[in-house]
Design a protein around this ligand. Structure first.
Ligand SMILES: [Zn+2]
Length: 410
């Protein structure tokens, strides 16, 4: 098969640079990161009480949206060959758009034309925002296109981990958090919200088109959608709005991004995620902490797994950790413009990477279920959502802010 020569090369390769040169790259990058990283920056997230975590694990059912055996699940609707500028790509895009419009999110389709090794192609990113009037946003993103192959049978490639499953997880998260975001907005409007800064950050989902290279991964044959959107947002100024209390003059769409959390190559069993960037190490720790606390309330008991031990998805961070060599992916154009990035991608790519076998058989339902639960708890804590009423939460002694050093024990 005419596939890339091996993992971590071609589409999302580790830079082929000596370590010393990589460090130079990061030293050069860091000042802009620190100057433009999130408006709120590192902060102590309030961990949800165990009963709130249990509430999040049950509604909606954390399997139904990612169930490959159910032809009407979000995952099954996405799991078809869908290279850019094809009918199938449009079908999947329309499905994502209609699902999020069904939740009454603000949905933008960002269409453009770019040159590829096969000539000019149409691309469309999908950007769904819960509250488009919010001052800031935290972005969860994945690419919805699948890699183009010119000939049969490779052209039947469906990219289950790459990245159908992450897209389905994002739709699951939108469904799970939508009512909680509504409740937070009501609390803010009623003057009941105790952290207005956090409550003015909305959740935005970005589904990138054209992440994959048509031929060999190069600067111009890869991440078409991400390159387009980063450039567009860097030159799009946000118009004043009465609700945008936190905005400074001349705020651009890109500078109002607190963090970009990028999911890729997820859904296969036993992923091992490493913290890639020091400035989001605290977010990495918060996600690992969410996993640990879900385990502690028994949320990972499922199927044959009795939940007696936890093999974490997250590689423990060490004292003295530095920025690691990054994997090229959709985050890079944003990172280069100073956006703070959390990259959730396995350190070792799934063995099916860019093979026809990256299909439903590569996916592990308990693993996807666990990802859904981790994302629900992590994003709820990030956004200050309250799955239980405030009174029931405040009675719980564990419901107090704690330092991330305490949260990060895994
Ligand atoms: Zn790929």
């Amino acid at each position: 098969m005419a596939l890339a020569p091996g993992p971590r090369r071609a589409r999302a390769r580790v830079l082929d640079l000596p370590l010393s040169l990589l460090l130079c790259v990061f030293v050069a990058t860091l000042p802009s990161l620190s100057s433009q990283a999130s408006v709120l920056g590192e902060r102590a997230l309030t961990p949800l009480a165990p009963n709130s975590i249990s509430q999040l694990t049950s509604t909606p059912d954390p399997v139904k949206n990612v169930d490959p055996a159910n032809p009407s699940s979000h995952l099954s609707k996405i799991l078809i060959p869908r290279p850019p500028d094809t009918e199938n790509n449009t079908l999947v895009r329309n499905y994502i758009v209609s699902t999020l419009k069904g939740l009454k999110w603000d949905v933008e389709e960002d269409s453009f034309i770019d040159n590829t090794p096969y000539g000019a192609k149409n691309f469309t990113n999908v950007i769904a925002t819960k509250d488009p009037t919010a001052s800031r946003r935290v972005i969860l993103a994945a690419h919805f296109d699948s890699k183009f192959f010119a000939t049969y049978p490779q052209n039947q490639f469906v990219g289950a981990t790459d990245s159908a499953a992450p897209c389905a997880m994002m739709l699951d998260l939108a469904e799970a958090l939508d009512p909680l975001l509504d409740q937070r907005k009501e609390r803010l409007e009623d003057g009941l919200e105790d952290d207005e800064d956090v409550a003015d950050t909305t959740l935005q989902l970005v589904f990138f088109d054209g992440e994959e290279a048509f031929k060999e991964w190069t600067a111009t044959d890869s991440i078409y959608g991400a390159r387009h959107l980063a450039e567009k947002w860097a030159t799009t100024y946000i118009s004043p709005h009465s609700k945008r209390r936190m905005l400074r003059p001349s705020e651009t769409q890109i500078s109002a991004i607190e963090h970009l959390i990028l999911l890729d190559l997820l859904g296969a069993p036993q992923p091992l995620i490493r913290s890639s960037f020091l400035d989001t190490a605290w977010l990495f720790d918060a996600m690992a902490s969410a996993e640990r606390r879900l385990f502690e309330v028994g949320a990972f008991v499922y199927g044959g797994d009795e939940g007696t031990s936890l093999t974490s998805f997250f590689y423990p961070r060490q004292d003295g950790d530095t920025n690691y060599g990054y994997v090229e992916d959709d985050h890079v154009p944003f990172m280069r413009k100073g956006v703070s990035v959390l990259h959730i991608i396995p350190r070792f790519f799934p063995s099916v990477w860019h093979k026809l076998s990256d299909d439903a058989s590569a996916l592990d339902v308990p693993t996807m279920r666990r990802w859904n639960l981790i994302l629900r708890v992590f994003m709820s804590e990030y956004l200050g959502l309250q799955p239980e009423t405030h009174s029931s939460r405040s009675e719980d002694a564990s419901d107090q802010p704690v330092a991330h050093a305490e949260l990060s024990l895994i």
